[in-house]
Structures are given as structure tokens and as C-alpha cells.
Design a binder for this molecule. Structure first.
Ligand SMILES: C[S@@+](CC[C@H](N)C(=O)[O-])C[C@H]1O[C@@H](n2cnc3c(N)ncnc32)[C@H](O)[C@@H]1O
Length: 181
């Protein structure tokens, strides 16, 4: 896999600094959390969403998983003050069955090639307990990829509960969908 450049890392950090509340916190605050859940942030990047979701889990646990070592090192730094977070350098193949109550993914799935999504999505849905929730937010312009993601989630036993389109600063329109297993 290809690691992000220092410039890309810098730009993400800048977006987090300038738009963290309007982009990442709004998504984290809509996650269906009561405080004690086991949660997976799939493709956590530098911990932009995790910074806001971890604080919603005073009795729960957040696993941040990312395939990029550079992103995950930055994620560890972003979340260093939280005691309820584990950072996992891996792809979806490391995920065990029924491990999480909530799985979320923010601007990750659209970047994964279709043939890889065929392997990744069953691992994500398998890691979710029955009755658990999966939430994704992806750019709306990537319609073909969004159709593939929806098809694979439904094929793997998830039911769509609700969807909304949000206009995100710097990123444009995105689809936010909430599925139940
Ligand atoms: C555009 S970034 C989004 C990061 C973060 N979720 C955010 O919204 O700021 C996509 C992230 O997904 C990670 N990623 C891409 N493919 C992955 C895979 N197959 N397994 C795990 N992480 C992956 C990348 O390394 C990158 O950190």
C-alpha cells in the first residue's frame, strides 16, 4: 500500500484544526452511542473522527484500525490522552467475529477498489454483533462505488435504517448511511 505524503498529512491536520468541529465532530456526535459500546473506527486515519467519538465512550472501548503506519502513528498522538482506545495497524483481515457493537467508517470505503471491497465488507459485517450498527460517510459523487458498498452491505445481512446527504465544508456532498445487522 502507498503511505500518504508529508504534505497530505499536513493538509489533513490543517483540515482537522480548521474544520474539526464542523466535519468530524458532527459525524461522531450522530453515532448511535450510549457510552459502553465496543466500537471500531475502520480507516481511522490520523484519528480525526476518533478524537470526538472516544470521548463518547466513558465505559466503552474504541479500536482505531488503519492500513497506514504513518497515519496510525499520528492517530496515537491525536488520542494520547484517552485510556479507552487501541490503535491497530492492519487491514480488515485482522477482525474477529462479533467483536463490536458499532462499526463506523468515514471517507474510507470509496477509496478501496471494488474487488477488495468484496473481501473487506464481509469482514466488517462479520465483526459486528447481531443488532449492532454500521455507519459510513462517503462522497456522494462516487455513485458507482456507493452502489457497490450498499449492495455488499445488504448481501452480507445488513438492513438500511436511514440515510442522509450532508454538505461538508471543503469536501462537498456526502452520503451518510446507518445500517443494522
Ligand atoms: C481519506 S482517509 C480518511 C481517514 C479518516 N477516517 C478521516 O475521515 O479523516 C482514508 C484512510 O483509510 C485508510 N485505509 C484505506 N484502505 C484501507 C484498508 N483496506 N484497511 C484499513 N484502512 C484503510 C487509509 O490508510 C487512510 O488513513
Amino acid at each position: 500500500m502507498c503511505e500518504p505524503t508529508r504534505l497530505e498529512m499536513f493538509l489533513t491536520r490543517l483540515a482537522f484544526f480548521l474544520c474539526g468541529k464542523s466535519v468530524y465532530r458532527t459525524f461522531a456526535e450522530r453515532l448511535p452511542l450510549e457510552g459502553g459500546e465496543r466500537v471500531l473506527d475502520f480507516g481511522s486515519g490520523m484519528g480525526t473522527v476518533a478524537f470526538y467519538s472516544a470521548r463518547r465512550l466513558p465505559k466503552g472501548h474504541l479500536t482505531c484500525l488503519d492500513i497506514s503506519k504513518r497515519c496510525l502513528n499520528a492517530c496515537r498522538r491525536t488520542l494520547r490522552s484517552y485510556g479507552n482506545v487501541t490503535c491497530l495497524h492492519s487491514d480488515a483481515s485482522a477482525l474477529g467475529e462479533d467483536s463490536f457493537d458499532v462499526v463506523y467508517s468515514h471517507f474510507v470505503l470509496h477509496d478501496i477498489p471494488k474487488n477488495e471491497l468484496e473481501r473487506v465488507i464481509p469482514k466488517l459485517t462479520g465483526s459486528l454483533r447481531t443488532g449492532g450498527a454500521l455507519i459510513f460517510r462517503e462522497p456522494l459523487k462516487d455513485t458507482d462505488k456507493i452502489s457497490t458498498i450498499k449492495r455488499l452491505l445488504e448481501k452480507n445481512g445488513l438492513l438500511l435504517k436511514e440515510s442522509r446527504v450532508t454538505d461538508i465544508p471543503l469536501m462537498g456532498n456526502a452520503l451518510e448511511s446507518f445500517y443494522i445487522k
